[in-house]
Design a protein around this ligand. Structure first.
Ligand SMILES: Cc1cc2nc3c(=O)[nH]c(=O)nc-3n(C[C@H](O)[C@H](O)[C@H](O)COP(=O)(O)O)c2cc1C
Ligand SMILES: [Mn+2]
Length: 489
């Protein structure tokens, strides 16, 4: 990939979205506390650019609004997105230090900035308050100095104070190390950047692997970092806004509820740590980033894409390399569909076992389907489940597994903010593939209906007066992928 002269940032992304017809500008005034959530919630197809927010702010939201827009950011198609991201995930590029950058244009010390003046929105009716959903949190392991970057919800609690939810993963691990030393953990939080930074931050990799290296791999260019003003941390020079602060040890406060990725409010709510802020730097005309969670909202897209790619990477070598086509995490993100053509009987189950125990805690239900099933069409997935599954053979339940601590359907142990917090649950795999091509006779029982002349197009036959009706038809009807070339198997 060629190095571009201008580094990718949130502004180049806004221009890309607009050029692709994927951006809606909102020029009327919008109140983030009472109105913005409803507008973001409705915009499942297009990104929203709010141009008229309180205190002169502008902001981008729902960008990516869906997996199709995520594919635009990765310069590929929806079908090729996950294999592409999986490949780039393995091509880490270390960041480079620079002396200055746009995010340093304005610097505010404690008392000179006020988080309550930012256009932070309230996402849902039961939320505990406005939450920065787009803050990417940089921390370091105090033993090794290795960096970590991840998403954490930040509920605004005052001019220089927020809550923080630290799910037991890498930032929590770093925090527990500082806490054992009775020290506050320094944090730097950047808001507003090119979406590949967000995708990298949502990637769970090995502990100690710097997510800025993953971002570099996604971008095909090293990330440009600058030193922070008040903490020994580094942040992207081309971000819009940076907040510097620390998380005090042992201290907990009520936090949540919050409109979360599963489309529920309550999980994670309880006594959680806080962040105290002592510095803000930003561009002089900084653009804010609002990020709404909830199933199939932007937050869900950032869960789905790197999680699907990390699982794809894990599956591609199971048993010497299955005939793997695609992986896609499902709405609510506790389910995952694996698209593959089995080479042998039983192979899909081996692959699904691996899909259920990856870097990620989320997957609980894993389903394998064949190449002819359109995994982006929920109707086709439901059809495969009802016509290709012999429940007593094809469904396996694994009891007593560690599951995601925010899966409300499972019993909770401990509480958020404590060491025990988890859900002790179970997992299920469903093999909805058909017999392998090696058993051609058995496989032929599942040959799908296709019409004669599948290349013919309805619009070429429709009367002039009916053409607009034909053009308005959804391209995602059941079996739409079977028109044209036969599926690869
Ligand atoms: C939109 C979004 C919001 C998230 N919010 C939180 C959060 O509030 N707390 C948390 O611990 N993880 C949150 N995560 C999950 C982590 O950022 C993500 O799983 C990341 O891979 C964890 O990084 P780590 O593996 O370096 O710990 C969120 C992820 C996304 C995509
Ligand atoms: Mn990490």
């Amino acid at each position: 990939m060629a190095s571009s002269s201008r580094p990718k940032d949130m502004r180049t992304w806004i221009a890309e979205l607009e050029a692709a017809g994927e951006l809606i500008r909102i020029d009327k005034p919008v109140d983030p506390l009472t109105q913005m959530g409803a507008l973001l919630y409705q915009s499942r197809e297009k990104a929203l650019f709010f141009e008229n927010l309180p205190h002169g702010w502008r902001s981008l939201g729902q960008a990516p609004a869906n997996v199709r827009q995520a594919a635009l950011a990765f310069d590929t198609t929806q079908e090729k997105l996950v294999p592409t991201v999986a490949e780039r995930m393995g091509q880490c590029i270390p960041p480079v230090m620079v002396n200055d950058g746009p995010v340093k244009e304005m610097k505010f010390k404690q008392g000179e900035f006020d988080l309550t003046q930012l256009p932070v929105h309230v996402a849902g009716q039961r939320d505990g308050g406005p939450v920065i959903g787009s803050g990417l949190v940089v921390t370091k392991d105090p033993d090794t100095g290795r960096r970590n970057v991840s998403f954490h919800r930040l509920q605004i609690k005052g001019p220089n104070k927020s809550g923080i939810l630290l799910y037991p993963r890498h930032s929590w691990k770093n925090y527990v190390k500082y806490q054992a030393r009775n020290e506050a953990m320094p944090v730097a939080i950047f808001i507003g950047h090119y979406p590949l930074y967000y995708a990298a931050a949502a990637t769970t990799a090995a502990y100690g692997l710097d997510e800025f290296e993953i971002a570099g791999g996604f971008l095909g260019d090293p990330v440009r970092l600058v030193k922070c003003e008040t903490v020994d941390l580094e942040v992207p020079a081309d971000a819009e806004i940076v907040l510097e602060g620390h998380i005090p040890p042992h201290y907990r406060e009520d936090e949540g509820p919050f409109s979360e990725f599963q489309d529920y409010y309550v999980t994670g709510t309880g006594k959680n740590p806080i962040v105290e802020y002592h510095c803000m730097t930003r561009r002089h005309d900084a653009i804010f980033k609002n990020l709404q969670n909830g199933s199939e909202m932007e937050g869900c897209v950032f869960h789905k894409v790197p999680m699907s790619a990390a699982i794809y990477r894990r599956l591609k070598d199971v048993g010497g390399g299955p005939n793997l086509h695609n992986v896609m995490v499902q709405p609510g993100v506790f389910g995952v569909v694996v698209q593959m053509t089995p080479r042998s009987y039983g192979e899909a189950k081996n692959v699904l076992l691996a899909a259920l125990s990856s870097e990620y805690h989320h997957p609980k239900i894993a389903i394998a389907v064949d190449a002819d099933v359109d995994i982006f069409n929920p109707l086709e997935l439901l059809w495969a489940l009802s016509t290709r599954v012999n429940p007593q053979e094809d469904v396996v339940i694994i009891p007593g597994t560690h599951n995601h601590a925010m899966d409300a359907s499972l019993p909770e142990l401990g509480a958020p903010g404590t060491a025990l917090w988890q859900r002790l649950g179970s997992k299920m795999l469903i093999d909805a593939t058909i017999p392998p091509p090696a058993d051609a006779t058995a496989r032929a029982m599942f040959e799908r209906i296709r019409p004669h002349n599948p290349h013919l197009r309805l619009e070429d036959f429709a009367a002039e007066g009916s053409l607009s009706i034909v053009r308005a038809l959804s391209p995602l009807f059941f079996g739409s992928k079977l028109l044209g070339e036969p599926p690869q198997g």
